[in-house]
Design a protein around this ligand. Structure first.
Ligand code: NAI
Ligand code: ENO
Length: 367
């Protein structure tokens, strides 16, 4: 497709969307606006955008597609600011915010003006922020939720999907309410829990500084998302207040149930609690069907000897396979250690598996 695409908010998500649009539609002219001028400069030098807009009011007039990729309270503010502007005929405005009800409510004014607004939420990302972390493959195989209201024409929804084809995401249409209820459970509330666990550890650290030294493995896994952008998460909690208040009540009840199992020392109840959770967790669809895929991980059973990591990374470099993350899960003498390699695409992981199996006798497996 040809046309002008304006991205407002050139961070992780805005940048990744821009890269995906440009890849699929090389003739599109990508214009970017960010309140932080240095972020816009970086986006241009990384070729995420073709041109910087210094005022979005001007750029809007010429845009065929406008993507709002700012924290949700800022998106709300921008929607109010642009509601009196003139748009190009048939222009589509979409957003990428993690909440949908409030945003769609704010966008009603635009619809009244005859402009198409289609709420969107690509269900993939990471705890990183900023355009430097943007990746063309970020949304591959992820769900991408769209929340068009009844007055949006189906042809406009199809046009938006065509613009976003390069994300290689799977589009799903939901109502804003359904969206906020589901993401409340699987994304927003878990963020609160992750942050609360970190606060708890920090309090215990005052008693004994070994707490953070020993906080490895499981604690780091379950709290990874607590390293996300606080502004973005503050806004999400402010927007999805009603759903979250209900979830707090349900969670407190849940905690009091588990607490009573522990208080009574009831081994059967405790066992069943974990067994039932494991069964549901193990049955969750992985990656290609999951709601929030992270990275494509490959585990390699490696012996614990000096140089083993450089040996593996050397083979991967030889085959020009890039790794996004590398971590040793466990290394003890005499026991096989497990090396976790993360890749950005399924294809890279498959290539890495073949590469390691060709050059070494180490076992690899995907979890
Ligand atoms: N980080 C993630 O994993 C995901 C985030 N989202 C949503 O995407 C949106 C953006 O998040 P990220 O890209 O992660 O954040 P980010 O922090 O990487 O980027 C946001 C960018 O917006 C800019 N910005 C802030 N206020 C602005 C304004 N008024 N006008 C213009 N630019 C402004 C910031 O300077 C920054 O460059 C948020 O609404 C978030 O809820 C959706 C899916 C995943
Ligand atoms: O880091 C992670 O795994 C995430 O949870 C990323 C994420 C953050 C916000 C969203 O609305 C969707 C995905």
């Amino acid at each position: 497709m040809k046309g002008n695409v304006l991205i407002i908010g050139l961070g992780l998500i805005g940048g990744s969307i821009a890269l995906a649009i440009k890849k699929e539609h090389p003739e599109a002219w990508m214009i970017g606006y960010d309140v932080k001028e240095e972020e816009a400069e970086l986006a241009r030098s990384l070729k995420v955008i073709d041109e910087i807009a210094y005022s979005f009011e001007e750029a809007i007039k010429e845009a065929d597609l406008i993507v709002l990729a700012t924290p949700v309270m800022q998106t709300e503010k921008i929607l109010a600011e642009i509601s009196h502007l003139h748009f190009k005929e048939n222009a589509i405005i979409t957003d990428v915010g993690s909440t949908k009800q409030k945003i769609v409510e704010y966008a009603v004014k635009l619809l009244k003006q005859g402009v198409t607004f289609i709420g969107g939420h690509p269900m993939a990302g990471s705890h990183k922020s900023g355009v430097a972390a943007a990746r063309v493959h970020l949304f591959e195989n992820a769900f991408y939720i769209l929340t068009p209201t009844e007055d949006v024409q189906a042809a406009q929804v199809d046009k938006l999907k065509e613009w976003l084809k390069g994300t290689k995401a799977r589009f799903v249409v939901l109502s804003p309410k359904e969206h906020d209820r589901i993401t409340g459970v699987i994304s927003h509330f878990p963020h609160i829990i992750a942050a609360s666990l970190v606060h708890q550890a920090q309090r215990y650290e005052r008693e004994n500084e070994l707490v953070s030294q020993l906080a490895a493995g499981g604690f780091r896994d379950i709290t990874r998302i607590a390293s996300s952008n606080p502004e973005m998460w503050r806004d999400i909690l402010l927007h999805n207040k009603e759903e979250l208040l209900q979830l707090f009540d349900v969670w407190l009840q849940e905690m009091s149930i588990v607490r009573s199992f522990v208080e009574k020392g009831n081994s059967e109840q405790i066992y069943n609690y974990f067994a039932e959770a494991k069964q549901f967790r193990d049955g969750l669809p992985i990656r290609t069907k999951g709601a929030i895929p992270s990275f494509y991980d490959l585990y390699v059973d490696v012996p614990d000897y000096p140089g083993v990591i450089s040996e593996i990374t050397g083979y991967l470099a030889k085959e020009r396979i890039s790794i996004t993350n590398i971590r040793i899960i466990e290394t003890r003498e005499e026991i096989y250690g497990v090396l976790r390699l993360s890749f950005q695409t399924e294809e890279d992981r498959t290539k890495a598996k073949q590469c390691i199996e060709t050059y070494t006798t180490y076992k690899t497996y995907e979890v």
